[in-house]
Design a protein. Structure first.
Length: 401
């Protein structure tokens, strides 16, 4: 295929196109070779190196051994004549532009060749050091552009499919707990992202959930997030405790990630009956905004998942919950949002803003914080995945179970 020689000096780059000529007439081969040799534009537009096959069978051998940027094909070969030869070449599915060279002056043959898969058609009588190199380069560049467009379209389709799948992995509804409102939302920086929040179990008086942030963003982070989602649900079905669940997730993350990858995660159990919020934090932030104005930081007890497997036995930390408390569980994409003069949105700004939203529902708080962070950013677009879970305690006037 196309090669670029890259010595130290950029201005000495030479582009070389490798072209296969399938032609059994020595005189025509000499004409084609001379056209490329006399091409004065090659230092600028790229030189063309020619290989020659005298028959279709010889061409197949060369094609199996080498890569070519284009094929120059004569329609009169020992194996056949006319469009039949073109059909035999296109049947090889080479994904290489084919330029027809023929001594036949019939224009209709040229149109038929183009309809049958040829990229260009040249009468041998019209070949020159201008027409032939130009046709070859145009066909190669057009083919490369179309291939790039097809790859982009395929990648775009796959990304859209991944986006749909990932959105379905996020909660479609929220736990219904007496006297408590719970909401969450995720804004990926790209079509897909590495943030995750989920509710693993719930009933009318309690719920178990997680919020996690895979390092990086985009498709690699999304793949790891999807794997984590499946793992967590599999562990929950085994009725694992949160400490064991976190330890298993840590081990699996270490096995599945590169050395530079990790996952911050906070898993929690919220109980109205016990009036408690118990959690394990592996490098993931969280806060409880108490009804009296005090702010309690949920301290990270452990390193992010995937950094060190041989950690000590994980244990839950527990905080008491009162009416009017707001539990705030974000990913760092929110408070690390960058605005004017490279200032960050910041944790203090985020907490102060939430304090002004106490009269709103949990869902309204989530949307308001995400909108505020977006408005703060320079181009109203997240540079990292942004996720927020809010648990708002409205009333605890229920019998303990």
């Amino acid at each position: 295929m196309m090669e670029v020689e890259s010595p130290q000096e950029l201005d000495t780059k030479i582009v070389r196109y490798h072209v296969l000529l399938v032609e059994d007439n020595d005189m025509d081969v000499a004409v084609v070779r001379r056209s490329f040799q006399k091409d004065e534009t090659s230092p600028i537009n790229g030189s063309i190196e020619l290989s020659v096959a005298c028959s279709l069978s010889e061409a197949k051998v060369l094609l199996s051994q080498n890569s070519y940027d284009a094929i120059l094909l004569d329609l009169g070969l020992p194996e056949g004549v006319g469009i039949e030869i073109l059909h035999k070449v296109t049947a090889l599915n080479l994904n290489v532009p084919i330029i027809i060279l023929t001594g036949n002056e019939d224009k209709e043959l040229g149109f038929e060749a183009l309809r049958s898969g040829a990229d260009d058609y040249l009468r041998k009588s019209a070949i020159s050091e201008e027409t032939l190199p130009r046709s070859v380069r145009y066909s190669i560049e057009r083919s490369q552009r179309l291939q790039a467009e097809r790859k982009w379209q395929q990648a775009h389709v796959e990304i859209l499919a991944a986006e749909t799948i990932q959105q379905r992995l996020l909660p479609q509804s929220f736990p219904q707990i007496r006297g408590v409102e719970i909401s969450g939302a995720c804004l990926p920086a790209e079509k897909v992202g590495g943030d995750l929040f989920d509710f693993l179990t719930s009933d009318e008086s309690s719920c178990t959930g997680v919020i996690a942030d895979v390092s990086g963003h985009g498709l690699p982070a999304a793949i790891l997030m999807t794997e984590l989602h499946g793992l967590l649900h599999g562990l929950v079905e085994q009725k694992m405790s949160l400490p064991r669940l976190m330890a298993a997730a840590n081990y699996r993350t270490d096995q599945a990630t590169e050395p530079h990858q990790f996952i911050t995660m906070l898993s929690y159990q919220f109980s109205v009956a016990q009036r408690t919020f118990s959690y394990i934090s592996a490098g993931h932030p969280g806060w409880i905004l108490k009804s009296n104005g005090k702010v309690v930081k949920l301290k990270s007890q452990y390193l992010p998942l995937g950094i060190r497997v041989s950690q000590e036995q994980m244990t839950l930390s527990t905080s008491k919950i009162d009416e009017g408390d707001i539990i705030l569980l974000p990913t760092d994409g929110i408070f690390e949002m960058i605005g004017e003069d490279s200032h960050r949105f910041g944790v203090p700004r985020m907490i102060e803003f939430v304090q002004t939203l106490r009269h709103l529902s949990a869902d309204e708080i989530v949307q308001s914080v995400l909108n505020e962070a977006m408005n703060f950013s320079l181009d109203n677009k997240p540079v990292d995945d942004c996720t927020l879970v809010v648990i708002k305690v409205i009333s605890l006037d229920h019998e303990r179970v």
